[in-house]
Design a protein around this ligand. Structure first.
Ligand code: FES
Length: 162
């Protein structure tokens, strides 16, 4: 896949400064790429080909190299997540503990299908690989927070998030 960098940057001047900063942070500029993409995911809640093309330009890397990283790590999405990103573990322990039931609960409570964002942009949810909290199955990740031994009540409580 090859995408030309947009003529107008998809980033604000402040964001451009942050991206340039990641190119200088480590002895080898490539080491800052994942951090730069984390910044982009945080700003746009997704990484589009256009944003990746601009990052490639800033890092002086081929587009495919940046796109490869952006599509490899599940932290990065090519669809726009909600402001609150909810992950439901579908690893074995969580599956045995009823994560499938939690899927329908998330869909019903938040009113959207997996990898879809609510109309107000507040929530999205998706299934994730093992969250490393198997002893607390079923586990949810709400933004950067783990919710262990999740129940339907835990899902309903998500609606209280601002
Ligand atoms: S299987 Fe769900 S946290 Fe490990």
């Amino acid at each position: 896949m090859s995408v030309k960098a947009p003529t107008k940057s998809p980033f604000t001047p402040e964001q451009e400064t942050t991206l340039a900063g990641w190119t200088k942070r480590y002895p080898h500029s490539n080491l800052g790429l994942v951090e730069a993409l984390r910044s982009v995911q945080g700003w746009h809640r997704q990484i589009t080909p256009e944003a990746a093309a601009r990052v490639a330009e800033v890092f002086d890397l081929p587009f495919n190299r940046v796109w490869g990283v952006a599509t490899f790590f599940p932290t990065f999405t090519q669809w726009k997540t909600g402001r609150h990103r909810v992950g439901l573990c579908h690893g074995l322990s969580c599956w045995l503990a009823g994560s499938t039931k939690m899927e329908s609960c998330l869909e019903k409570t938040l009113g959207v299908a997996e990898k879809t964002t609510t109309a107000d942009g507040k929530f999205s949810w998706e299934t994730m690989e093992c969250l490393g909290a198997c002893e607390q199955a079923p586990a949810l990740q709400v933004n950067d927070r783990l919710v262990g031994a999740a129940t339907e009540a835990s899902v309903v409580k998500l609606k209280d998030l601002k």
